[in-house]
Design a protein around this ligand. Structure first.
Ligand code: F6P
Length: 463
């Protein structure tokens, strides 16, 4: 049996207390999959050091070897802060107004990929299956090939792939796309992202895509496909049963005093639509006054990418928005909004999800959004809460039984909250069981097996 090697910028190990809860869906999902399958997980340690030897750290736990390396300050600045977070991230989330491109960022991006590649090479075995993740590491496949790697190498993009008109705003966009053609398989979250990529290949490059998903361009071929990522549904459901009765969840429920809770859990990121979400909640309180004193909105937003100016601004804006609502509507015995600028353990969150009447997941653009899936997986089957979900999250394509909203339409989102809060039990159960069945079938393990089986082309997921 071949060994699975995952490569991603973030590796879910040794997270400091400061970062707890801010790691995003990628790390959580990959951890769940790799712990079940075993293998090697390689990436950045999250640390910046002065040492040019990159300091490799290794650890083994639950069948998984974790190997991480430090970055130097200039590498961090150009590769992670710069090209990943200020160029590619806003670009793929349709925020051309925030894209900050510099040649030194792009040079740093390729340089750090190459440095990571050279650290990884000695760890590889000839029959490994190599799976590279996300926008930070697009050039890695080609660099591994150049170094002589003949293993099967796949790539999965966790973010959206934007429309052609957006993507071609990136200087040297074709260099990035060409790099994808070094992989044997390139996976996207949804058919929507896949379609945008196909459109780029055919319209911008003059390439073609065969009906079986083989893409031809730049004199090369690669397989492409949509592989919507799942969560560890069974695990989340089991945790939520236990955590739903935990001391913390009981404290939360006591503090609510019988009021209904709306919950939002997102990294503090402008793609998550947090400001619009606050406005929608305010619309609910303003236009449906029966909710005043009866509903509490708890938004949990751990800090993320704290040195990027847009994230600093967002933090101030969100504090202002939450403070504004509380200032306008709070009573001596009721505070409408609880805004928590910190993370919680994933397990704890399952209890909080179960205690909430509504899960509010309204990104302006999101590759998948695994909070939406975890919220549903964590519900009590006898009294499930309602998911209010943005149509611009990849998850909305699968989770059609959610209350789907356009997060730019503040009034309609406020009205959707009113619908969700007053939804009869029968309808809640019906919507929930449809989504839960899908999540149980399409969980993170089936996602992994599916991707690997297409990568290795053996059709049955065996390695
Ligand atoms: O899910 C997208 C993603 O960029 C992941 O690649 C990343 O691990 C997560 O968001 C959190 O972001 P960061 O690693 O920059 O803290």
């Amino acid at each position: 049996m071949s060994r699975l090697v995952l490569i991603s910028n973030r590796v879910s190990i040794d997270r400091s207390a400061k970062n707890k809860g801010s790691e995003g869906g990628l790390a959580v999902a990959l951890n769940a999959a790799l712990r079940r399958l075993g293998g090697l997980w390689f990436g950045w340690s999250g640390e910046v050091s002065d040492d040019s030897s990159m300091n490799m750290h290794t650890a083994t736990a639950d069948n998984v070897t974790y190997a991480t390396v430090d970055l130097q300050q200039a590498d961090y600045d150009e590769y992670y802060f710069g090209y990943a977070n200020r160029t590619l991230w806003p670009l793929v989330h349709y925020r051309l107004d925030l894209v900050d491109f510099h040649r030194r960022y792009s040079a740093g991006y390729f340089r750090v990929n190459s440095l990571l590649c050279s650290q990884l090479l000695p760890l590889l075995q000839p029959d490994d299956i190599i799976w590279v993740h996300d926008f930070h590491l697009i050039p890695m496949g080609g660099q591994l090939r150049q170094a002589g790697c003949g293993q099967q190498i796949g790539f999965f993009l966790h973010t959206p792939w934007p429309a052609v008109e957006i993507f071609r705003a990136l200087p040297q966009h074709d260099v990035i796309v060409r790099a994808l053609f070094a992989y044997d398989l390139v996976g996207f979250q949804t058919e929507r992202d896949l379609g945008a990529f196909v459109s780029y290949i055919t319209h911008e490059i003059g390439g073609r895509v065969d009906p079986d998903g083989t893409a031809h361009a730049f004199g090369a071929t690669t397989k492409i496909g949509a592989f919507p990522i799942g969560v560890d549904t069974e695990n989340v459901a089991q945790y939520s049963e236990v955590e739903g009765k935990s001391r913390m969840t009981r404290r939360l429920m006591d503090s609510l005093g019988g009021r209904d809770m709306i919950i939002g859990v997102d990294r503090l990121d402008y793609s998550k639509g947090l400001i619009q979400r606050m406005a929608a909640y305010e619309h609910l309180l303003e236009n449906y006054p029966d909710n005043r004193g009866r509903v509490v909105f708890m938004q949990i937003s751990p800090p993320s990418r704290e040195d990027v100016p847009e994230y600093i601004n967002l933090r101030h804006e969100l504090e202002t928005a939450a403070g504004h609502i509380n200032g306008a509507y709070a009573e001596f015995d009721w505070v409408p909004t609880r805004y928590l600028n910190k993370g919680f353990r994933r397990e704890t969150l399952t209890g909080f999800f179960r205690a909430s009447r509504v899960g509010l997941v309204t990104p302006l653009r999101d590759g998948m959004n695994l909070v939406a899936k975890e919220y549903v997986a964590a519900q009590d089957p006898d009294d499930p809460g309602v998911l209010v979900l943005s149509r611009f999250a990849g998850a909305a394509i699968q989770m059609t039984a959610a209350v789907i909203v356009n997060p730019y339409d503040i009034e309609a989102t406020g009205e959707a909250l009113q619908t969700a809060l007053h939804m009869p039990l029968d309808e809640r159960k019906e919507r929930w069981s449809e989504m839960f069945d899908d999540l149980s079938r399409d969980d993170v393990l089936s996602w992994t097996n599916n991707f690997i089986s297409v990568l290795t082309d053996n059709g049955d997921g065996s390695q």
